[in-house]
Write a protein that binds this ligand. Structure first.
Ligand code: LP5
Ligand code: MN
Length: 243
């Protein structure tokens, strides 16, 4: 038995192959798991739980099937789907966890998070993040008609792509001291996050302790997950369509 962790699928109507890859992943891998954790940017953007689309229904149905089979599913918000709320979580049968959550799995202390909060060198992003996490700004946004919210989200995605293309790669990676601080704060052995789309396992020295930082891959052309069992922690990649 094992625990699966995924992030950065960026599900959208425009990328049906990724959705199909996710549905396959649920039926072929997650179905044999102990539990599933989704660490944000599950959707390309989320503009409110009242945005009931066929895609959202299909995704909710497949996650609900897992939880009904006794495989609990957990979600941590990303920077693109931080507005995903209790209503949709309930539809999926999943539990929303705090942005930094410590898991104790098979004798290891594993800190899970989306990863954007570690990118503290990206000051423009951190300033922007503070604004969009302001409750009254979110309330006003959620009061707008859906078609306007969608237009704003698409504009924000375009701006973000442009802004990211102008930033140095190093600025968009995690800050090493922020990683150490988080591991230390939670007295964790491992940290697993997504967001940077730079899949790897890094060694991190915290005081006199050897820790690890696992980074998930984004689901562009293949799936990516961390699989944790009593044997250890593995980063895996798999095709959207089984061979
Ligand atoms: O997502 P990704 O990986 O491309 O880039 C991120 C950062 N970008 C973002 C923006 C999201 O992609 C947009 C998602 C749309 C959400 C839709 C609904 C939300 C509406 C909420 C309204 C309450 O997160 C990017 C980082 C990159 O990661 C790497 O870490 O660099 O950051 C940016 O691009 C931000 C720019 O640098 C700064 C933008 C300034 C805009 C100021 C306007 C703020 C006004 C907000 C008030 C509504
Ligand atoms: Mn992200």
């Amino acid at each position: 038995m094992s625990t699966y962790i995924i992030a950065d699928l960026h599900l959208s109507e425009d990328e049906p192959a990724i959705t199909a890859g996710f549905i396959n992943f649920i039926h072929q891998q997650a179905i044999h798991a102990d539990s599933l954790y989704i660490l944000g940017d599950f959707f390309n953007y989320w503009i409110g739980d009242d945005d009931q689309t066929e895609l959202h229904q299909q995704v909710a149905d497949s996650l609900k099937m897992l939880s009904e089979r006794g495989i609990p599913c957990y979600f941590i918000h990303g920077n693109r789907d931080f507005l995903l709320g209790q209503r949709y979580a309930k539809q999926c049968g999943m539990t929303i966890l705090p942005q930094e959550t410590l898991l104790e799995l098979y004798g290891k202390r594993i800190l899970i998070l989306h990863g954007d909060t570690l990118c503290i060198d990206d000051q423009a992003y951190q300033d922007y993040r503070k604004k969009v996490h302001t409750p009254w700004i979110q309330r006003i946004f959620l009061m707008l008609p859906l078609f306007i919210r969608r237009r704003i989200a698409e504009k924000m995605r375009k701006n973000s792509q442009y802004a990211s293309s102008m930033k140095a790669e190093s600025i968009m990676d995690v800050n090493p001291q922020a990683v150490i601080n988080a591991l230390n704060h939670h007295q964790a052995d491992w940290m697993i996050h997504g967001h940077t789309h730079r899949p790897a396992i890094h060694e991190v020295t915290v005081g006199d302790k050897q820790c690890f930082r696992g980074v998930l891959g984004a689901w562009h052309h293949e799936g990516s997950a961390f699989v944790i069992d009593k044997q250890g922690i593995d980063l895996i990649f798999f095709p959207f369509q089984p061979e």
